[in-house]
Design a protein around this ligand. Structure first.
Ligand code: NAD
Ligand code: ISE
Length: 337
């Protein structure tokens, strides 16, 4: 039997996830959609035979035909829908961020813990990327020894006009926060944001790039260069220095061509191209897992930790100082995850 999914928010990524659930993956189908822009919801539903268009997210969650919920609306709306799905006892996949404030994430954790089982998965898709998984396997094997320092770069070709330096932390670097925690199996305890020379490509008044320095509980230092107006493409990099060696994130799954004394390869245009395979694997594993029990991917705890670290990053951007990250005690529900 397929997993019947209802989708809240059918903008750019919502439509992309509907496409993969409908045409790429197996075991799921989209049976309902909604969006605050109802015309958009109707247009999307036109390509989904039999799908219902609901007037609100709550109505969609209450629909008995909807077995699981996908939340791909704007970040500040996530809390309401995730809490409603938990209250209805339905599995919910929420794109990042889990929620935009520490308090909102804590309310979600409290509700899920009270429900007594995992119902929430957060869309940190890099954990499903083959190149990141290969890197993680090397760290876990012990081959490079104890990790000491991580270098990362997160570069976007461009961002919309409304993008701010705060969003670079909350919307962009949030992925590096999650990959750091996941790769090192370590919590982040402090954040310092540094402001290099500003790119002439950035909008007036926009501090771009940023260097975000993360410190982990075991003492690993992680520098993340976040640049969101690089123009040449979407470029994600990583290297971990360990006591016995290093591991680098492979840059491309595409072909590298050497001819006429030159080397050439493709630079992805954006996150959709770079992480297409990761999104596919992420959703297939989510569908498979919730059909037989519960999700096994990034949890509400992971979403909460990422939001708290990003809050500290935003505070450091404003203060210019190192900001400590203080997490609440981890509930037992998340201890084995
Ligand atoms: P978008 O603006 O293209 O789409 C958002 C949609 O949500 C719009 O159609 C909007 O009308 C709808 N919406 C807004 N408020 C709503 C509400 N209260 N109820 C129902 N619908 C509502 O944005 P997007 O780029 O698709 O991003 C959506 C989410 O996905 C964000 O949380 C974003 O951070 C996340 N995202 C994740 C990645 C990733 O790499 N994992 C990439 C892009 C976006
Ligand atoms: C976007 O929302 C994403 O999540 C992308 O992965 C990230 O690279 C981009 O900077 C964000 O705006």
């Amino acid at each position: 039997m397929s997993l019947d999914v209802g989708v809240i928010g059918v903008g750019m990524i919502g439509q992309d996830h509907i496409r993969r659930l409908t045409h790429v993956l197996s075991g799921a189908r989209v049976v309902a959609v909604t969006d605050s822009d109802l015309d958009r919801a109707r247009t999307v539903a036109d390509d989904l035979p039999g799908a219902t268009v609901h007037g609100s997210g709550q109505e969609l969650i209450d629909d008995p035909a909807v077995a699981a919920v996908l939340v791909t609306s704007w970040g500040p709306t996530h809390e309401e829908y995730v809490l409603a799905a938990i209250a209805a006892g339905k599995q919910v996949f929420v794109e990042k961020p889990l929620a935009t404030t520490r308090e909102a994430c804590e309310r979600i954790i409290d509700a899920e813990v009270a429900a007594g089982r995992r119902l929430v998965q957060v869309g940190f898709m890099r954990r499903y990327d083959p190149q990141y998984r290969a890197m993680k396997a090397v760290v876990t094997s012990g081959e490079i020894g104890v990790p000491l320092v991580v270098h990362a770069a997160h570069r976007n070709a461009s961002v919309p006009d409304h993008y701010t330096a705060d969003m670079v932390i909350n919307d962009t670097v949030v992925h590096d926060v999650d990959t750091t925690r996941w790769l090192l199996d370590d919590e982040i305890v402090a954040v310092t944001v540094l402001k290099p020379r500003v790119s002439g490509r950035a909008a007036p008044g926009f501090q771009d790039p940023l260097v975000v320095l993360l410190e982990t509980a075991s003492g690993v230092l992680v520098d993340v260069e976040a640049s969101v107006n690089v123009a040449y493409g979407y470029d994600i990099r990583g290297e971990i220095l360990g006591e016995q060696g290093t591991v680098e994130l492979s840059e491309s799954a595409g072909a590298v061509v050497k001819t006429a004394g030159r080397v050439a390869g493709r630079v992805p245009v954006d996150w959709r191209e770079r992480f297409e395979r990761a999104f596919d694997v992420e959703f297939q594993e989510w569908v498979n897992a919730v059909r037989v029990g519960g999700p096994t991917g990034p949890s509400s705890w992971d979403g909460y930790a990422a939001t708290v670290v990003c809050d500290a990053g935003a505070a450091s951007l404003a203060s210019g100082s190192r900001e400590a990250v203080v997490l609440r005690d981890k509930p037992d529900l998340y201890k084995d995850a």
